[in-house]
Write a protein that binds this ligand. Structure first.
Ligand SMILES: NC(=O)CC[C@H](N)C(=O)O
Length: 309
């Protein structure tokens, strides 16, 4: 059985809204403070093109850490698995996403995985292009293709706001530059990374990208392969083990699907061979995941038996 009515989603949104008051909007990127903690929207995209939604689905938010999955897919296409995982590990971490501590103690000195900031910065570093602008445009084109929406762009205000305050991410970069993991100008990389994190879309676009991943890289409406199976598989595996930060284990138990969250309150879910999910709810729990978004996913998983495990 699967969710087939927007009315059902509406009920889930109403129920989950009760939890937004226990969360907090991210404020370490000043522009994100403007979000309304009560906003909550969800979309589900089925392979036959049916799309269900509830809440203010026109609302766009920036991808933040969700972009790490899409950048990883492009870097894997550009450089291949061996080169990417020569510089970044595969292992989850119990530390917060922006922690610097493991960089110094890991041997060899490389970020533990591509879903924490250190690893994601290396991934962005590996996206190819003739200039930083070209690299960003290639990523944007790739995201537009995955979402089937040529109008997707990035939010300049959020990008600038993060660029001006990304001192911790700069520290990660300088540390990694010292150790030869990256070799480009740090300001250029931070500029590219903050634009990547500021790519914005609504939850319908997000659900559609989740669907492509759920179907191992194939866009079902055109039947075109957008990502090789192996790359989709790597992305989904890392979403399961590391996608919800240091709450990934609990999420695997409670929900059990590949998912990736971001500090703007987005969650992209890929229910293998079934559907894609896009959720926006800006109020976050203490680990940085959308508090009401998690509730919706838990309810969906129970009701429709979504867990892979
Ligand atoms: N967890 C996140 O969504 C983090 C992304 C954010 N742009 C950062 O680097 O801090």
């Amino acid at each position: 059985m699967t969710c087939r009515s927007s009315e059902e989603l509406n009920q889930l949104v109403l129920e989950a809204k009760g939890y937004t008051k226990f969360g907090k909007v991210a404020d370490y990127i000043p522009a994100l403070k403007k979000a309304d903690p009560d906003d909550l929207s969800v979309a589900i995209y089925h392979p036959d093109g049916t799309c269900l939604s509830a809440g203010d689905v026109k609302l766009k938010i920036t991808l933040q850490s969700i972009s790490k999955v899409l950048a990883l897919a492009l870097a894997l296409l550009d450089c291949g698995e061996e080169e990417v995982f020569c510089k970044i590990g595969y292992e989850p971490t119990g530390d917060p996403f922006n922690s610097i501590v493991k960089l110094e103690i890991s041997k060899p000195a490389k970020p533990l995985n591509p879903m924490i900031n250190a690893g994601a910065l290396v991934v962005t570093h590996m996206i190819k292009g003739v200039s930083a602008d070209d690299r960003f445009n290639r990523l944007l084109q790739f995201v537009r293709k995955l979402a089937g929406n040529p109008l997707i762009t990035f939010c300049e205000e959020v990008a600038v706001s993060e660029f001006e305050t990304a001192h911790l991410n700069r520290s990660l970069c300088y540390f990694m530059k010292q150790h030869g993991i990256i070799n480009e100008d740090v300001e250029e990389l931070i500029d590219l990374y903050t634009k990547q994190c500021a790519i914005e879309m609504n939850c319908l676009d997000l659900a559609r990208i989740g669907l492509v991943l759920a179907l191992d890289g194939v866009e079902p409406l055109t039947n075109k392969r957008l990502i090789p199976t192996q790359i989709a598989r790597i992305c989904k595996t890392l979403m399961v083990t590391c996608g919800m930060y240091n709450a990934s284990g609990e999420f695997a138990v409670r929900v059990g699907i590949p998912a990736k969250s971001g500090v703007s309150g987005g969650i992209m879910g890929a229910v293998p061979n079934r559907f894609g999910i896009g959720i926006f709810g800006a109020a976050l729990d203490e680990k940085g995941n959308s508090i009401a978004g998690l509730k919706i996913l838990e309810m969906l998983s129970k009701r429709y038996d979504l867990s892979m495990f």
